[in-house]
Ligand binder design. Structure first.
Ligand SMILES: NC(=O)c1ccc[n+]([C@@H]2O[C@H](COP(=O)([O-])OP(=O)(O)OC[C@H]3O[C@@H](n4cnc5c(N)ncnc54)[C@H](O)[C@@H]3O)[C@@H](O)[C@H]2O)c1
Ligand SMILES: [Zn+2]
Length: 362
């Protein structure tokens, strides 16, 4: 088992990484003096891992409760938040209870928001079970839920007490979920590491899964993300904003498609749109856009968005919460491993780039 320590100004926590490391969970919780545990998970994971986890913890004399919500983004909402909190209260949850998020980003975002707000904050740990959550959503302390008006509109920064990333979970992960995670890794590579991007382009990673290469990619991606979080834990000034590459458009496409596109599918297209804008402004001069297009085609991530209404996309872009004083911040690639932030890009330019992707067929 490897440990990456995340030291922030006022908090530090470990990210444990390894294959088949769930068995270390009871020891970890005992060290923290935990006695009562509330596991929050989704319906799929409850079926596969619920009993195993409850048995492991009960065998070690913890008082354990497990609550699940139906799987899927549309359930990261206020209704489930209230249901979960009420179930916790009626089972005797108090300020000293420990919460565990077992699942992908939907679960850690929702459970983390509960941990942040339940009785003004309780301790919690994340057991991320998707590739996306292992490399991205479990690292960085952002938690929250969606509202009808948009994604992640209620949220907080609330860092966990630990993250336990067991690669064994990835064995059961459906292929399309592996692909979704890969997009976030490709995004991280485009922003920070041309070496990582080359590695992904040249080695077999998923479809079919190559564990050795996949684990190497996960380590590299987590290393980069933890470094960025250390420098800018609250997304205020530093490079953390770069990780939004492709996401203004990604979120807009998700919303405009009425969430038919997943976060990662939309983010992949968002990356291509960002490249398109950058090319038009002559900031990006090399073949990064074509390289990414090839990668996304190879992994079946180049979805057809010709049916999504352009006006809806535009509206969603202006609703994006990252809009500041009517300026949209766009993060644009300069080359593989380097991006810049640009404001006030003329509407015609970014609209053209969206249309280009709509017309390219997917
Ligand atoms: N907080 C952050 O910094 C951050 C960053 C990126 C994304 N996110 C959020 O993450 C969410 C997406 O997360 P996700 O892609 O992990 O999706 P998810 O949590 O919806 O999981 C995807 C699907 O895989 C299933 N699943 C999970 N683990 C499994 C396993 N080991 N075996 C079999 N099935 C499994 C789930 O039941 C679900 O159906 C979005 O809500 C997004 O907003 C948050
Ligand atoms: Zn993302």
């Amino acid at each position: 088992m490897k440990t990456i320590e995340l030291k922030l100004k006022d908090k530090k926590y470990p990210v444990f990484l390894g294959y088949n490391i769930l068995k270390y969970l009871p020891g970890l919780l005992k060290e923290k003096g935990v006695y009562q545990i509330f596991i929050i998970t989704d319906s799929n994971l409850k079926k596969i891992y619920g009993d195993t986890l409850i048995n492991l913890l009960e065998k070690n004399k913890f008082r354990v409760f497990l609550f699940d919500i139906p799987a899927g983004e549309e359930n990261k909402n206020l209704i489930n938040l209230e249901k979960l909190v009420k179930s916790m209260l009626s089972s005797g949850a108090d300020r000293y209870s420990f919460l565990i998020a077992l699942g992908g980003g939907v679960i850690s975002d929702l459970a983390g928001f509960i941990a942040a707000t339940f009785m003004r904050g309780i301790r919690w740990g994340i057991i991320p079970t998707t590739l996306l959550s292992q490399v991205d959503s479990s690292i960085g302390g952002k938690v929250g839920i969606d509202l009808k008006e948009g994604k992640n509109l209620l949220g907080a920064f609330y860092f966990p007490n630990f993250v336990l990333s067991d690669f064994k979970f990835l064995e059961n992960l459906p292929e399309n979920e592996l692909r979704n995670g890969l997009v976030e890794i490709i995004k991280t590579a485009v922003v920070f590491s041309s070496n990582l991007l080359k590695f992904i382009e040249t080695k077999p990673i998923i479809s079919p899964i190559n564990f050795k290469n996949l684990i190497s990619v996960i380590y590299q991606a987590i290393k980069i993300k933890t470094k960025v979080i250390k420098e800018d834990p609250y997304d205020e000034k530093g490079k953390r904003i770069f990780l939004n590459l492709g996401h203004t458009f990604g979120h807009a496409l998700e919303q405009a498609s009425n969430y038919k596109l997943t976060h990662a599918q939309a983010a992949a297209l968002g990356l291509l749109i960002a490249c398109g804008i950058s090319k038009k402004l002559k900031i990006l001069k090399d073949d990064l856009k074509e390289r990414l297009e090839n990668l996304f085609k190879k992994y079946n991530l180049f979805y057809d968005i010709s049916q999504i209404n352009l006006d809806l996309i535009e509206k969603a872009i202006f609703n994006d919460k990252k809009r500041k004083n009517n300026h949209l911040n766009f993060i644009l690639p300069v080359k593989s491993g380097k991006v810049i932030v640009k404001t006030n890009i003329p509407k015609e330019i970014w609209k053209k780039s969206v249309i280009e992707i709509q017309n390219s067929g997917g």
